[in-house]
Design a protein around this ligand. Structure first.
Ligand SMILES: [Zn+2]
Length: 261
């Protein structure tokens, strides 16, 4: 049987460095609706769905590990339980396509939705934004043969979250089932570091979606803490000291790992 040893709780702020587009449902019939809106919460503010961030971190890890990708879904799928036993991607992010009666196929990482820090959109920024929290970037497609603006679909007006926006209280939870999982946790921070040199959301090749993780706080709630109610994330329980960026945490991971006891 597998027993949950505890939960590592990772808090951070995500800062948008270049305009970011995580697409939402089109506003279709709404008058004056945007044809390419960003995803928004029930208050009309952009947010980062946990599934978008998790999907991106997964795909960066798949590429880094050199996993073969399923042609249909474009993601890596373990073909057998034996493959899963060796597969860091599926152990962290979850397995698809196979079932097992012999061992539990566990997912270690949970990522919650992350909401906008309204204060990060300053009054000065608001004066230049087309909408209360977002901007419209006019994109022009140039026809390479003629060098002119293409007629069909030539102009696009994607909505973006502006550079400088911050999303606060990003929460990731990593379940520790066995001692070896501590090394899998390091892979999560490595993928965050990869993401900082990649992009979140769409149109990354056009320069969109550069993000940084800031003010990272790591806590460890071990199984016995849930029996005594000692799970509050108090500052004195933080285990990452003054290392608050993915790069610093990866560099000093062994020291942080030693505190997962
Ligand atoms: Zn796998």
């Amino acid at each position: 049987m597998v027993q949950l040893l505890g939960k590592v709780i990772i808090k951070s702020t995500i800062e948008v460095k270049t305009g970011m587009r995580i697409g939402g449902p089109t506003e279709g019939l709404k008058i004056g609706g945007i044809d390419t809106p960003v995803i928004k919460d029930a208050y009309g503010k952009p947010y980062i769905p946990g599934s978008s961030l998790k999907g991106k971190l997964r795909s960066l890890t798949e590429r880094k590990e050199g996993k073969s990708l399923d042609p249909k879904s474009g993601i890596h799928i373990c073909q057998s339980v034996d493959e899963y036993k060796q597969c860091e991607v599926c152990k962290i992010y979850g397995v698809m396509g196979i079932t097992s009666n012999s061992i539990p196929l566990l997912t270690r990482l949970i990522i919650r939705d992350t909401y906008l820090d309204e204060g990060s959109i300053t009054e000065e920024m608001k004066e230049n934004l087309e909408f209360p929290w977002t901007e419209i970037k006019t994109e022009i497609n140039i026809d390479r043969r003629t060098g002119t603006v293409s007629r069909v679909g030539g102009l696009r007006n994607p909505e973006r979250v502006p550079a400088g926006a911050r999303f606060k209280d990003c929460e990731m939870i990593f379940n520790l089932y066995e001692q070896e999982d501590k090394d899998l946790l390091k892979k999560v921070f490595e993928s965050m570091l990869w993401l900082e040199d990649d992009y979140l959301g769409g149109m990354g090749s056009r320069g969109y979606g550069k993000v940084e993780f800031k003010d990272i706080e790591i806590y460890y709630n071990k199984a016995s803490d849930y029996e005594t109610g000692q799970t509050e994330l108090k500052p004195e329980r933080k285990i990452n000291g003054n290392w608050t960026t993915p790069a610093q945490i990866v560099e000093h991971f062994e020291e942080i790992k030693a505190k997962l006891q």
